[in-house]
Write a protein that binds this ligand. Structure first.
Ligand SMILES: Nc1ncnc2c1ncn2[C@@H]1O[C@H](COP(=O)(O)OP(=O)(O)OP(=O)(O)O)[C@@H](O)[C@H]1O
Ligand SMILES: [Mg+2]
Length: 360
């Protein structure tokens, strides 16, 4: 049985529909990340699970029980927000204990659970401090402690790290992953940071305009996106989309770019190739699937070079599209010079621009 199940969940604000029928089953102990551009409905979905927003239609079940009509406090969930607003006049220990006190939990039990939670989060030396005496990361950990101490069935996080600086984000991300490994609570985590999504999730839910585009483990999203949106959203820099057509070239299937260049399509399914032949198509190529090598495409002119240390991003126009390749660092990569490139054709994603679906 799914620990958390959403079926055909809709949300409208007046006339404005923002979530269009979401179906999602989350297994017990699973870490699910909702990711997508700003305004796609991530927070709204999370807030509906939490009970902070009514749902317009559909059903939400937690541990098998319908919760549509239940107050947030009766749903057995705990939520950590971006603005986790600790009580400034209370100590760390009292901040963590706050929810239990409110519920009238006996003192001894509160003391025991605060100690246990502080141990899990490494907060023991800080229990007597006030929030203003903590760093951003420590405050974030206290906010998690407040949620963790309740031992909820489902943990909900809404961009909990977005107020932290880059280095601290990476550290807290690792801590959250480690925490989940030690205390595997069912989790729904919202972020628009795809690295956070990819590194934390058992499965990632990619949302777009109030709909789910794809639900898959991180590696599968990267290697087998099912829509153009997911193909372009996952991966940084994003996938290049090169316009052209599928042709039979000397008996072998190939993708002909508008420049005349041919990309072999030997590994693709024949029926797929035949059904999409001779109409406008897109070849999706990730930046890392170009090779600097003669004998492939006609050389392109480098427009910009971004050295990143371990790799260099090289920008150029290909088939009329601004494109980018991820290449090993080299002194010869300079703007204005010619660059011979090959495409690793086994990694091409064929996209039908009409349906925006990846067909092969
Ligand atoms: N109370 C409200 N009344 C009307 N519209 C709302 C309300 N709350 C959210 N919306 C709209 O619903 C849509 C989804 O908002 P939501 O906050 O879920 O986006 P999000 O994916 O969390 O975005 P972000 O990454 O910016 O946090 C947006 O278009 C937003 O303007
Ligand atoms: Mg949001």
């Amino acid at each position: 049985m799914a620990q958390l199940a959403l079926s055909k969940v809709f949300k409208s604000y007046g006339e404005l529909a923002t979530v269009h029928g979401i179906d999602l089953d989350v297994a017990s102990g699973e870490f699910i990340v909702l990711v997508g551009p700003s305004g796609c409905g991530k927070s709204t979905t999370l807030r509906m699970i939490a009970g902070l927003e009514d749902i317009t239609d559909g059903e939400i079940r937690i541990s098998g029980k319908r919760v549509n009509e239940l107050e947030p406090s009766d749903r057995d969930i705990a939520m950590v927000f971006q603005n986790y607003a600790l009580y400034p006049h209370l100590s760390v220990a009292d901040n963590i204990a706050f929810g239990l006190k409110l519920r009238g939990t006996p003192r001894d039990e509160i003391r025991r659970r605060v100690a246990e939670t502080a141990a899990i989060l490494g907060l023991e030396p800080l229990l007597e401090r006030k929030p203003r005496q903590l760093s951003g990361g420590q405050r974030q950990r206290v906010a998690m402690g407040r949620a963790l101490i309740r031992k909820p069935s489902v943990f909900l996080f809404d961009e909990p790290l977005s107020n932290l600086d880059a280095k601290l984000r990476v550290q807290m991300r690792t801590e959250i992953k480690d925490l989940h490994a030690r205390v595997p609570t069912t989790t729904v985590y919202v972020t628009h940071d795809q690295i956070e999504a990819m590194t934390l999730a058992d499965r990632v839910v990619v949302m777009n305009k109030g709909r789910i585009e794809q639900v898959a483990p991180p590696q599968e999203l990267y290697s087998a996106p099912t829509t153009k949106f997911v193909a372009g959203f996952i991966g940084s820099p994003g996938m290049n989309f090169l316009p052209g057509r599928i042709e039979a070239h000397e008996g072998s299937p190939a993708f002909r770019l508008s420049t005349g260049d041919l990309l072999p399509l030997a590994q693709k399914n024949e029926a797929t190739l035949i059904s999409h032949r001779d109409k406008p198509m897109l070849a999706g190529v990730r930046p890392e699937h170009f090779r600097q090598c003669a004998g492939g495409l006609a050389p392109v002119t480098i427009s910009m070079v971004e050295p990143l240390g371990m790799e260099t991003l090289v920008h150029f126009k290909l088939a009329g599209e601004a494109s980018v390749a991820r290449l090993p660092p080299s002194n010869t990569l300079r703007p204005g010079t010619q660059l011979p490139l090959q495409v690793q054709s086994e990694h091409i994603h064929l996209i039908d621009p009409e349906t925006e679906r990846v067909v092969g």
